[in-house]
Ligand binder design. Structure first.
Ligand code: ZN
Length: 150
């Protein structure tokens, strides 16, 4: 396990589209483990592979309700609205109010290659949307309706 460098918003890798994971190889497991170390060390609630410079569809989230590791996540359902503060480890020092769905369902594969589904509301819904956006090269600034910081 190792801490990787978190790319910041000026890095073009954050605007690229990530590729699906075809097979969970030992290299992928190492990447996920490193992403966990990196997220916890940075005290973040989520991290997407492109944030450590790897264009693969992998996301880790821990909002304090248990760790989620999502491979090839897809939002299959969304409803409601929330307008809350949001930030990103790749955009240090910035906070904005974003508009996001209040409830989302996501289908994904776990590290054992098992297909899973999770439904999240509020903070978890926001984190799922935020991290999955990273896989499509989208930064949260795009969803900001009002900046809290300059
Ligand atoms: Zn982010």
């Amino acid at each position: 396990m190792a801490i990787r460098v978190i790319r910041t918003e000026e890095d073009p890798v954050l605007r690229k589209i990530s590729r699906p994971v075809k097979e969970v190889t030992p290299k992928i497991i190492t990447l996920i483990d490193d992403m966990l170390d990196t997220m916890y060390e940075a005290m973040g609630v989520g991290l997407a592979a492109p944030q450590v410079g790897i264009l693969k569809r992998i996301v880790v989230i821990d909002i304090g309700e248990g760790l989620l590791e999502l491979i090839n996540p897809v939002v299959t359902r969304q409803s409601g609205n929330q307008e809350t503060e949001e930030g990103c480890l790749s955009c240090p020092g910035k906070v904005g109010i974003t508009k996001r769905p209040n409830k989302v369902t996501v289908e994904y594969f776990d590290r054992h290659g098992k297909k899973r589904k999770i439904t999240g509301t509020e903070l978890l819904a926001k984190a799922l949307c935020h991290e999955i956006d990273h896989l499509d090269g989208i930064l949260y600034a795009q969803h900001v309706i009002k900046w809290v910081t300059d």
